[in-house]
Write a new protein. Structure first.
Length: 296
């Protein structure tokens, strides 16, 4: 056993995917079934990606809070809108819209942090560092996780910020997978290793793509061997952190859910975990990690 293990927050990037039926969400379900409530029975964090594309109404976040009223441990991490990270053009109105959502989550003690995801082209230089500092100052009331993808950021001093650790195909000058500690926290995002689809997506940059075309590069189920390797690399920094966030973004078909369960099992030192029968039907290899007797 590992002593002084950090607090684990393990989940997926988003929860509202129709292709998670029936691999995770049951096919036969009542109209009153809340996918968020169902998801929160098994995971303690979710990363909200819709906030990258749109400014959500506060009513949506308030509805999340009502749905999770009986689950006090569940956290949300919020992905910052692309106006701030990709377009880098925003004003007071955009800042206000982001803060409206953050404030609702903070009041309910459900805000895990704010994810600032920058594109591969965002290289490490003085201007980029100054820009990150500007955003950190703007959103100073919550923890920030900064995702950069270019290897010019490799091994940079991260004592004052939490750089994300990302796992994706090693294409061009991409960052390698190496857990990065900042502010007693590590935030890991797993995009899958579908190199062929990833290259195709890069070559299509700027073109209008369908949802299936955009999500194709995330079609990847991590093997047991890959997960063992990831487990060991994360545990190497256990004694340096108080919190570990693991977010699976290989979402097509429910692969993210299956791999999140498997990493939860490994990171908890092979502890058996509660699983829904739906996931076992789609991913039979998970049966060995289930603590509950499943009716399949």
């Amino acid at each position: 056993m590992i002593n002084n293990s950090p607090k684990l927050y393990i989940g997926t990037a988003g929860w509202s995917y129709e292709d998670w039926v029936p691999s995770f969400y049951p096919f036969a379900q009542s109209k009153d079934l809340s996918w968020l409530q169902y998801y929160s029975r098994f995971f303690n964090v979710v990363e909200v990606n819709s906030t990258y594309y749109t400014y959500l109404s506060p009513k949506i976040a308030e509805n999340w809070m009502r749905q999770l009223d009986d689950n006090k441990e569940f956290l949300f991490t919020i992905k910052l809108h692309q106006d701030f990270t990709h377009k880098r053009s925003f004003g007071d109105e955009q800042i206000k819209n982001v803060n409206l959502i953050l404030d609702i989550l903070k009041r309910s003690d459900r805000l895990g942090g704010l994810l600032l995801q920058f594109p591969y082209s965002f290289e490490c230089n003085d201007a980029s560092i100054d820009y990150i500092r500007r955003l950190i100052d703007i959103f100073d009331a919550c923890e920030k996780f900064v995702e950069v993808r270019h290897n010019s950021w490799q091994n940079k001093n991260t004592k004052t910020i939490t750089l994300c650790t990302i796992d994706q195909p090693q294409i061009g000058q991409s960052l390698e997978f190496k857990p990065i500690v900042g502010n007693d926290t590590v935030y890991l995002r797993f995009h899958g290793r579908n190199e062929k689809a990833w290259k195709k997506s890069i070559n299509s940059f700027g073109k209008k793509m369908t949802y299936s075309e955009r999500s194709a590069r995330y079609e990847y189920l991590y093997s047991i061997g890959e997960l063992y390797e990831i487990d060991q690399k994360i545990k190497e920094i256990y004694d340096k952190v108080k919190k570990v966030f693991v977010i699976m973004n290989n979402h097509p078909h429910g692969d993210a859910v299956a791999n999140a369960f498997e990493l939860l099992h490994l990171l908890k030192n092979r502890e058996k975990i509660n699983l829904p029968g739906t996931i076992i039907k789609s991913y039979p290899r998970l049966k060995g990690i289930a603590s509950n007797k499943l009716k399949l």
